[in-house]
Write a protein that binds this ligand. Structure first.
Ligand SMILES: [Zn+2]
Length: 417
């Protein structure tokens, strides 16, 4: 893929009817949905759609956006790129073929794949698993975008859910990710990446690119396409690719996002995940939607003939109503704006730099951005305090809690020793 190419969209690919999507053709679509390069240098917005193949909404929304941009011909600065995440699963209309492509982005795995790309030492494609091929192709396409960017890079990872409900944005909790997500007007969910390892947004924000995962609604709801489309336009306007004065439907796009999530908390934090095994018998009780308010003890699902009830009161997120997937549901709680403002202040003051002075807390011997917390001594410093300071919780090590400062949060670099 050459980034210098202009809009590559083929009008024949455009479909506005989700029921007649090109999934029915059973032929994997091109990786690149479109590239629009502005008249001058500026930010790059990389939109990745359908990394889960049963979520066509983002792909269709991108086709619409590229078509409209071509018609409007505005004086853009920077670049919009749209890529399909999992082409083969998209053609099959399945979340994935063999492995969830949105759980395969651990540092070690990506390093191995990139070394293979550079040394051309990967096994023959016909011997590779479907998602290995997808990830290698996607890595090449994404890094082509990154290498050719002329300004800051923003990534929008576009999803839908099996449940109905309001759209929401998922971010790794850095101040820049939060700021980008706030422009999109929908509830912001913090802490999901601590529960789900190896997601694509975690990979791109660890590269230093501002990243938001955007869930637009139910998989097959045409309204999800409208929400995705609005999010792409609002994202382009908010980061300066487009001047809102040149977008006739600018107000409509903002209003679409505001209306879709009216009355909901603006920021929530994941408090628990109901994980599912490989051969689960999980069945969600019908009628729940995203950001559904629940009370402690409410019946949520059944699994192995047992009732699953809410372990706490809060807001239900991503209740599973499809066969594939390993997350039954998540429970979240809203965060009051005071705590968000306080955490911004503390991070800008680099308060994390003295967190290891607290009793029961010490620096990791190999990484000064990581702390080892002894919960028997530091029992007053809950994970909420470390979240406030910009740390994320890692996999526990024995009886100790491991937390790491997120990189690319504040301007101060966090050197590894
Ligand atoms: Zn998804």
């Amino acid at each position: 893929m050459n980034i210098s190419a202009t809009n590559m969209i083929d009008p024949k690919d455009i479909t506005h009817n989700i029921d007649v999507s090109c999934r029915q053709a059973r032929q994997a679509p091109e990786r690149t949905i479109g590239i629009h390069k502005g008249r001058s240098d500026g930010p790059t917005l990389l939109c990745i759609a359908s990394i889960h193949g049963n979520e066509p909404s983002g792909t269709i929304a991108l086709h619409r956006v590229f078509k409209t941009i071509k018609t409007l011909n505005p004086s853009t600065s920077g670049t919009l790129v749209g890529l399909i995440g999992n082409r083969r699963a998209y053609a099959a209309g399945k979340r994935f073929i063999e492995q969830d492509l949105n759980r395969l982005w651990s540092c070690d795995r990506v390093r191995m794949l990139r070394n293979g790309i550079q040394n051309q030492s990967h096994p023959e494609p016909h011997t590779q698993a479907p998602e290995d091929k997808e990830q290698i192709e996607l890595l090449v396409a994404m890094h082509d975008v990154f290498d050719n960017a002329s300004g800051p890079i923003y990534c929008l990872d576009m999803h839908t859910t099996s449940a109905k409900g309001a759209p929401f944005a998922v971010v790794g909790d850095t101040l820049s990710n939060r700021a980008f997500a706030r422009h999109l007007h929908v509830p912001i969910i913090l802490g999901l990446e601590e529960r789900l390892g190896g997601t694509l947004p975690e990979y791109t924000y660890q590269l230093g690119h501002v990243t938001v995962g955007f869930e637009a609604g139910q998989h097959d709801d045409p309204g999800s396409i409208d929400v995705h489309e609005a999010a792409i336009w609002v994202a382009m306007m908010s980061i300066g690719i487009l001047n809102p004065d040149e977008v006739p439907a600018s107000d409509t796009y903002h209003q679409t996002l505001r209306n879709a999530s009216a009355g909901l908390p603006s920021v929530l934090e994941i408090k628990s995940r109901h994980a599912l095994g490989e051969h689960h018998t999980f069945k969600m009780k019908p009628g729940f939607k995203n950001l559904h308010p629940v009370k402690k003890g409410d019946l949520l699902a059944t699994e192995n003939a047992k009732s699953i009830v809410a372990s706490r009161s809060g807001w239900l997120l991503m209740p599973l109503y499809q066969g594939q997937g390993h997350d039954g549901f998540f429970l979240t709680k809203s965060i009051r704006p005071f705590w968000l403002i306080l955490s911004s202040w503390l991070r800008r003051l680099n308060a994390d730099a003295i967190a290891h002075w607290l009793p029961g807390v010490r620096r990791h011997p190999q990484n000064n951005a990581t702390l080892i917390v002894d919960p028997t001594v530091a029992r007053w410093y809950t994970t909420e305090v470390f979240h406030l300071l910009g740390f994320r919780q890692r996999t526990p090590s024995g009886d100790k809690i491991i937390v790491s400062r997120r990189e690319h949060d504040t301007p101060r670099p966090h050197k590894r020793t």
